[in-house]
Design a binder for this molecule. Structure first.
Ligand SMILES: *Cc1c(COP(=O)(O)O)cnc(C)c1O
Length: 355
């Protein structure tokens, strides 16, 4: 049962852009009649069956039922999008009036919040994380005004790798007057709880997850959003009717059955090994702790290290130009062989500079 009342829902609806609140959704051909039908002459499809000649289910019921079973969240609280990117963009399109409303975001964090804000002509009010990448809760709350509709928190955060304490996020949920979007793309690699455990207590909470990381399905482009059913029904109205294609849904239904625990455990084990090994390389000044499938390292000369790795055909992410990440590279945890190769290149480079 949802632990919020009609007044809470009314308050959330006031955050929605007026044009979206009044939106009459495009009704797809199959929406209007619910009975059983044998002959489909309503959608101008090609009648000759090849497996893909019919439009797919715009509500993605079967896929959502599988997600529901895996996550323990009701179908009415789930949105499936074309990657998390679609869910992020929908947050802007649903809540933010262009060139009027603003959003609050932490920095450094995921770049897509800014891209989506720029596309939608919405101001981003950035709040720098503390030096140790912890959350400056007061500063975040102080940045907000009556035009602040969204606050983006990424936990575990990309690129810093740390998660934020649940109590701090709950305080923001209770005190911030807009929607709080918590991006949990890396939650499966973390030992902390997902905020899905408190989803129904906070009608202003939107949790983003994805099948791109721990589930290993980046190529399928399937992102998940979770929120109260009132917010999810607005997402359903604003999205493109057929935002998820049938081939992707079929693949996902097959691959979502897999047990990901073995792979996730292997990645976490490698993460510990890579962190220890990087720590013993003298030119690595700092290895930040990580709850994700990557590690952020501060090195002497990030550009040179990056070039050395590139020359050996290994690519990492250079984050050194980002405020708060000066001198930092972000390194994804690969297979043991891939990680060994990366470490070997760095060690060799180090040795060649000792003499
Ligand atoms: C990788 C990542 C995502 C996933 O994006 P998709 O569009 O679902 O592939 C979302 N948020 C963050 C912070 C990420 O790093």
């Amino acid at each position: 049962m949802a632990m919020y009342d009609n007044q809470d829902v009314a308050r959330i609806m006031q955050l929605v852009r007026p044009n979206i609140r009044q939106l009459k959704p495009y009704s797809t051909a199959r929406d209007e009649y619910k009975g059983s039908i044998g002959i489909f002459l309503d959608a101008n499809e090609n009648p000759f069956n090849n497996g893909y000649n019919r439009y797919p289910d715009p509500r993605q019921m079967e896929l959502k039922q599988m997600v529901s079973a895996r996550k323990g969240i009701a179908v009415e609280n789930i949105f499936v999008g074309n990657g998390s990117d679609e869910a992020i963009d929908l947050c802007f399109r649903i809540f933010c009036v262009p060139s009027k409303n603003n959003v609050i975001a932490i920095a450094p964090s995921y770049g897509m919040y800014h891209v989506s804000a720029d596309i939608n002509d919405v101001e981003v009010r950035e709040v720098q994380l503390n030096e140790d990448f912890s959350l400056p809760v007061d500063a975040l709350l102080e940045k907000a005004d009556d035009n602040s509709k969204l606050m983006f928190l990424c936990s575990p955060n990309n690129p810093s790798g740390n998660s934020f304490p649940k109590e701090q996020i709950v305080r923001i949920l209770n005190e911030f007057r807009g929607m709080v979007v918590v991006d949990e793309a890396y939650i499966d690699f973390s030992d902390s709880d997902s905020l899905l455990t408190i989803l129904l207590q906070h009608p202003n909470l939107i949790v983003l997850q994805t099948l791109s990381k721990a589930y290993g399905l980046a190529a399928l482009r399937l992102g998940l959003a979770f929120a109260c059913k009132e917010v999810m029904s607005i997402f359903a109205r604003v999205k493109y009717p057929y935002n998820i294609n049938l081939a992707g849904m079929e693949c996902a239904k097959q691959l979502l059955q897999r047990d990901i625990n073995t792979e996730v455990a292997a990645i976490k084990q490698e993460r510990a090994r890579v962190i220890a090994a990087l720590g013993s390389i003298p030119s690595v000044k700092k290895v930040y702790p990580s709850d994700a499938n990557f590690v952020l390292v501060r090195v002497g000369d990030a550009h040179t290290m990056y070039d050395v790795l590139i020359a050996a055909q290994v690519i990492v992410r250079d984050r050194s130009h980002i405020k708060g990440c000066e001198g930092c590279l972000r390194i994804t945890i690969g297979t043991p062989e891939e990680n060994d190769r990366m470490l070997e290149i760095l060690k060799k480079y180090e040795e060649s500079h000792l003499y």
